[in-house]
Design a binder for this molecule. Structure first.
Ligand code: ATP
Length: 292
């Protein structure tokens, strides 16, 4: 089932969801009979995150023998700021995330966090410092509390509730028949898109990582759900370095920096106002994608 649809991408997503769990990434790959694309350096040291500045320097990367997905990409996400990535489908936005999480190493160039090359850091420290919120939260069969605990396995009940409250999820959880002990998944309760997102945000809250990768859902929520999710996200992003693949108008408008990616490189950078004024690709995408 996993291998049926875009295996590497699916695997990458699953991998992110499992990163906090006891099941190591290596074991996951072994289960799926695949070798990890990269291995930890023998002299790897823990990543030390200060400001949380992420830099991709002169990146070239291709999947197997395909044409390069990234080619000459330069990108900086300043510590504590919100950096939005926009661009047409297939431009390379998800691949930027995959390299920051080191599911792959670039063929050329380096990814640096606070000046440390990811090739030299331990996987464990990298995963501890990065949280990923996917477009569509992966929920597994188990209780609501267990689903949130995926963010950090040693979290207490108290911490799980605090994370759910911060993620605007506590009220709808308490409204379910068995609250935090309600079973989710195949034969359990089903959640709306906005509720799933808030569970994913609660997980990320619980992890407390200083660097946040956020893949915004493309599908629109109703106004009420949008407000609840937006507020939860704003709380999550506070004080962290956020890199967001942006699909919402509010996100691009409020981003500290927008990088427009096309054909595997950054073709324009600036604030929403600056890029609108420049009248380039961003302006055309904006009219197509973000404007109602
Ligand atoms: P979208 O907005 O549609 O998600 P994107 O900007 O995130 O697109 P990527 O998913 O990074 O773009 O894809 C960049 C290029 O790399 C595309 O040509 C895509 O087909 C290819 N690609 C992405 N993931 C894989 C993969 N796992 N294996 C092979 N090729 C891939």
């Amino acid at each position: 089932l996993l291998m049926a649809y875009d295996p590497a991408k699916r695997l990458a997503r699953l991998n992110i969801q499992l990163q906090a769990s006891l099941v190591g990434v290596e074991m996951l790959y072994a289960l799926l009979d695949r070798k990890p694309a990269i291995e930890e350096a023998e002299d790897a040291v823990p990543l030390k995150v200060g400001a949380g500045r992420v830099r991709l320097r002169n990146i070239r990367f291709r999947y197997g023998r395909k044409a390069p997905a990234l080619d000459g990409l330069e990108l900086i996400a300043e510590g504590g700021k919100v950096t939005a990535l926009v661009g047409p489908s297939g431009a390379g936005k998800s691949t930027v995330f995959a390299l920051i999480e080191r599911f792959y190493d670039p063929d050329h160039g380096n990814v640096l966090i606070d000046g440390q090359n990811l090739r030299g850091v331990t996987f464990e420290s990298l995963r501890r410092n990065i949280a990923y919120v996917a477009q569509d939260a992966f929920l597994f069969e188990g209780t609501v509390a267990e689903n949130i605990r995926m963010g950090r396995l040693d979290a207490t009940e108290e911490e799980i509730r605090a994370a759910a409250k911060a993620a605007n999820a506590h009220a709808f959880i308490m409204a379910m028949p068995r609250g935090y002990e309600t079973e989710l998944g195949e034969n359990g309760a089903t959640l709306s898109g906005g509720e799933r997102q808030r569970i994913a945000i609660a997980r990320a809250m619980l992890r407390g990582a200083p660097i946040l990768l956020l893949d915004e859902p493309t599908s629109a929520l109703d106004a009420e759900a949008e407000a609840a999710v937006g507020e939860a996200l704003a709380r999550l992003m506070k004080g962290r370095t956020t890199i967001v693949i942006a699909h919402r108008l509010a996100t691009v408008r409020h981003a500290d920096m927008i990088h427009v990616i096309e054909g595997g490189k950054v073709v324009e950078s600036g604030s929403h106002g600056e890029l609108r004024e420049a009248g380039g690709l961003y302006s055309r995408l904006y009219d197509l994608q973000f404007r109602d």
